[in-house]
Design a protein around this ligand. Structure first.
Ligand code: SF4
Ligand code: SF4
Length: 369
């Protein structure tokens, strides 16, 4: 497979929004201009990223020739219904994006409870056919499951050309995510790798002072976010590192980092893994704010927003006024952590396999006071 040697991928899942929650297309256009002008080309969207495919069409497709960028989108098998199969979803994505083919197309968020679904709904067969017809250049899947599932999937489906994995230094040795083991399996099967969540939804951009001290041994000048991105990009086989960018300032920072990227030395990589282990030694909730759990909560609990405040409290104490921010969230309409009735809907869709009910109970004990 051919990849742009500049590895920064523009994740379109956290685009800038106005106060009404509408994506600000003008700002996305400015970000895309800067990104493309710096020689980067890889955009990543998905059928389920609300408004993202259309924003991409307006900001990029209508303003740039087709050969100047590449676009990846994703097929969510869980959205398939009686009258609405892979074909309809795929064609709707093409329409929303305003393109005639996808450079990269992925089965979205493969994990244990979706393994059978992707088989029985004919998704593998469908993407193979679209590739033969030239409507997809390269097929792959994004992955949130166990190493055993990854191995099984790659054995059964050698036609999958690449995998998108959650890779960051704190999950490397995290048994729940098993980043390190999943990475090794993808390498064993010779697959190219696209990295998602390199900064763990922003979690690694603001680390505790003891973790920062460890990171200083790797590079005292670099920001924590930059080191997290460099860690992922330095791994052999990694072709794209996605960053879900929300502002021009963030994009500028990333473009600068990746424009003249040099891989970290082995010794620096070891130090950064050590920092990851230090983070794991303090129990915070490893939520990435993907928000898959929010829609179905019968108590309207904004779970990731509560976890971000709870993590803030665990990591920085009262420094960033977590209680005030929590009360603002409740005033804006979120259920309280203590309102959870334990129905389990959220846990069944959480790609990070977080024990949400138990974590909410802990959050409630400290925040509902
Ligand atoms: S278990 Fe609690 S937080 Fe999760 S969906 Fe049910 S009520 Fe909401
Ligand atoms: S709790 Fe899980 S599903 Fe919900 S936002 Fe966090 S990572 Fe996503």
């Amino acid at each position: 497979m051919n990849w742009n040697e500049k590895k920064l991928g523009f994740g379109l899942m956290r685009l800038p929004k106005d106060e009404n929650g509408k994506i600000i297309v003008e700002e996305v256009s400015r970000m895309a201009d800067r990104y493309l002008a710096a020689g980067f080309t890889y955009f990543d969207t998905a059928y389920v990223y609300e408004g993202s495919e259309v924003a991409f069409r307006e900001a990029v497709v209508k303003r740039y020739p087709r050969e100047s960028y590449t676009i990846a989108s994703k097929l969510p098998a869980w959205k398939i219904a009686d009258q609405y199969g892979p074909k309809e979803i795929f064609e709707e994505s093409l329409r929303r994006c305003g393109v005639e083919y996808f450079d990269y197309y992925l089965l979205h968020s493969m994990q244990e409870n979706r393994e059978e679904l992707y088989e029985t709904t004919g998704c593998y067969e469908f993407v193979r056919r679209m590739k033969e017809e030239g409507k997809i250049r390269h097929i792959g899947f994004s992955f949130h499951g166990s190493p055993e599932l990854l191995e099984r999937t790659l054995q059964r489906h050698p036609e999958m050309e690449f995998v998108q994995l959650q890779i960051n230094y704190v999950d490397w040795d995290n048994e729940l995510i098993a980043t390190g083991r999943n990475y090794e399996i993808a390498r064993k099967y010779g697959k190219d790798i696209v990295v998602m969540e390199p900064v763990k939804g922003g979690f690694l951009a603001n680390v505790r002072s003891d973790v920062r001290e460890i990171l200083d041994e790797a590079d005292a000048e670099a920001s924590a976010a930059a080191l997290a991105l460099r860690f992922a990009a330095s791994l052999p086989g990694v072709k794209v590192v996605l960053s879900g960018m929300s502002s021009l300032a963030q994009l500028e920072e990333n473009v600068k980092l990746f424009a003249s990227f040099t891989p970290l030395e082995d010794a620096q990589m070891d130090v950064i893994r050590k920092a990851g282990q230090a983070i794991l030694n303090v129990p915070t909730v490893p939520c990435t704010s993907c928000r898959y759990c929010v829609e179905g909560c019968p108590m309207q609990i904004k779970i990731p927003d509560i976890f971000s405040r709870f993590n803030m409290l665990l990591t920085f104490g009262e420094h960033f006024r977590p209680h005030g921010l929590y009360n603002d969230l409740v005033a804006a309409g979120s259920g309280r952590a203590g309102d959870c009735i334990g129905c389990g809907q959220c846990e069944s869709v959480c790609p990070q396999h977080i024990d949400i009910i138990e974590q909410l109970a802990k959050a409630s004990a400290q925040l509902d006071v």
